[in-house]
Design a protein around this ligand. Structure first.
Ligand code: ADP
Ligand code: MG
Ligand code: ZN
Length: 444
């Protein structure tokens, strides 16, 4: 079976090869059905295939997939349907007739359904509980899969209490191998996934290392430089360089992340006046305006977008040469993700924070207000977690340590060989001097 796995990859999914070694390793491990498997790879790296291909190798069995949103479920089902693979869902939005059709198939001797997608809320219903009981009894379940598994963690960004109950299923049906997948995996989140889902030890883990050696990270202190917007302008210009000979859509581009709408508009204005064509992007724009900014930027009509963090979902421009944060990022996970939009093409790119205390204090205040306002103990705990994550971000800015090492520690990995890909490693003394100057001026 293992030998022809690449054949099956082509036969069912039309791919000639695996997207990465990690994808192949995860697929092989999941196919062996010996251990529960945890997969952490960035968005777009092909996590679905990690369980979909192994499930296709199990005749007359269905994989039960938990997914947090009906919209995500629909995308997955549409994709599989196009490949002529039977995928279904049971949810509150479907007609009784449709639901009966799906249930009847699943209760038959040889179900046609290969994938059954459900939300964790659905998993709590009587219908689902008796269905899974039946399927397990007749050995019809190939895998139980938890997609977007970070939802099980209060450290994650989309915590869903119903995800936690899935752990009970793990205990109840010991014979079925489980697979949990996510794109965001800090140490705390991974711990919660393994514990809350009660995955059987030892769990086989497949994780993309966080280190990206083409990204140069540094911190600039706004109160240390002469003219901070001018400094930003020079940084962006230098990062963009000349690239006259490429198609517009492949032209180099940059992103400046800001906390507020006003900042995005102010910076976009000033940068444009100084000669760097920039657009502002934030939640206050009409949907059509937002789309037009994102598309204009993607097409290469202007190189720079000054945006709130709502910008980026679905941005797949490979030639982003710089990502600057004006002030500070909310936490290390968010910063890693936002800055990580730089250099997807593998070429050198720059990630910089323009740090200042007023922005730090603004975020500090917001997070503390949220703690004070939280109503339930769980909510309070989540807000406190958010505050702790923010403190690590402050430490990132107010310390001179290898920036890549901070990420690796955060994601529970060995420190990488940075090779001067950050300010602390490239010139520690200069970085320390700037920090000291910043602290002196900030406290003056
Ligand atoms: P993720 O869940 O990690 O964000 P997806 O599973 O949605 O990623 O896959 C992203 C894209 O990669 C999809 O369009 C999928 O068809 C494609 N893909 C997955 N595996 C391969 C492969 N081996 N070869 C080519 N494309 C692949
Ligand atoms: Mg996915
Ligand atoms: Zn370093």
């Amino acid at each position: 079976m293992m030998e022809n796995i690449t054949e099956k990859l082509f036969q069912y999914f039309g791919h000639r090869k695996f997207k990465s070694d990690l994808q192949e390793q995860a697929i092989r491990a999941i196919s062996r059905r010996i251990h529960d498997v945890f997969v952490s790879m960035p968005t777009g790296s092909g996590k679905s295939l990690c369980f979909q291909l192994p499930a296709m190798l199990q005749d007359n069995k269905v994989a039960i997939v938990f997914s947090p949103l009906l919209a995500l479920i629909k995308d997955q089902i549409d994709h599989l349907t196009k490949l002529k693979i039977n995928a279904e869902s049971i949810n509150s939005k479907m007609t009784t007739k449709d639901r009966e059709r799906v249930l009847n198939d699943l209760r038959s001797m040889k179900p046609n359904t290969k994938f059954l997608y459900v939300t964790p809320e659905q998993a709590a219903t009587g219908t689902f509980k008796s269905l899974i009981e039946h399927l397990v009894k007749y050995k019809k379940v190939s895998y139980i899969v938890v997609d977007e598994a970070h939802c099980v963690s209060e450290w994650g960004h989309d915590f869903r209490p119903d995800y936690i109950k899935l752990g009970d299923l793990r205990e109840k049906y010991k014979m079925i191998p489980w697979v949990a997948l996510t794109a965001t995996a800090s140490v705390e989140v991974v711990k919660d996934i393994l514990e809350n889902l009660k995955l059987l030890k030892p769990v086989a883990q497949y994780k993309t290392p966080s280190f990206r050696k083409n990204l140069f990270y540094d911190v600039i202190y706004q109160n240390v430089v002469e003219d901070e917007i001018g400094h930003l302008y020079e940084f962006l210009k230098k990062s963009l360089k000349e690239d006259e000979n490429v198609k517009p859509k492949d032209k180099n581009a940059v992103i400046v992340y800001c906390r507020t709408r006003d900042q995005t508009e102010h910076l976009a204005n000033v940068l444009t006046k100084r000669g760097l064509k920039s657009a502002a992007y934030h939640g206050g724009l009409k949907t059509s305006e937002r789309i037009s900014v994102q598309e204009g930027w993607s097409r290469g009509e202007y190189p720079c977008v000054c945006a709130t963090i709502s910008f980026g979902m679905g941005v797949d421009k490979a030639s982003v040469r710089a990502v600057a944060h004006w002030g500070i990022a909310q936490n290390v996970a968010a910063y890693y993700q936002e800055s990580g939009r730089a250099g997807r093409d593998g070429k050198l790119a720059f990630c910089r924070i323009y740090y200042c205390h007023s922005e730090r204090n603004a975020v500090d205040f917001l997070l503390k207000t949220e703690i004070a306002r939280s109503r339930t103990p769980e909510q309070k705990q989540r807000c406190k977690n958010a505050y702790k994550s923010f403190e690590i971000m402050v430490k990132y800015c107010e310390d001179v340590k290898c920036r890549h090492r901070t990420f690796a520690t955060y994601f529970g990995e060995e420190p990488p060989v940075c090779a001067r890909r950050c300010d602390a490693c490239a010139d520690e003394r200069a970085a320390r001097r700037a920090l000291e100057q910043h602290l002196r001026r900030a406290s003056a």
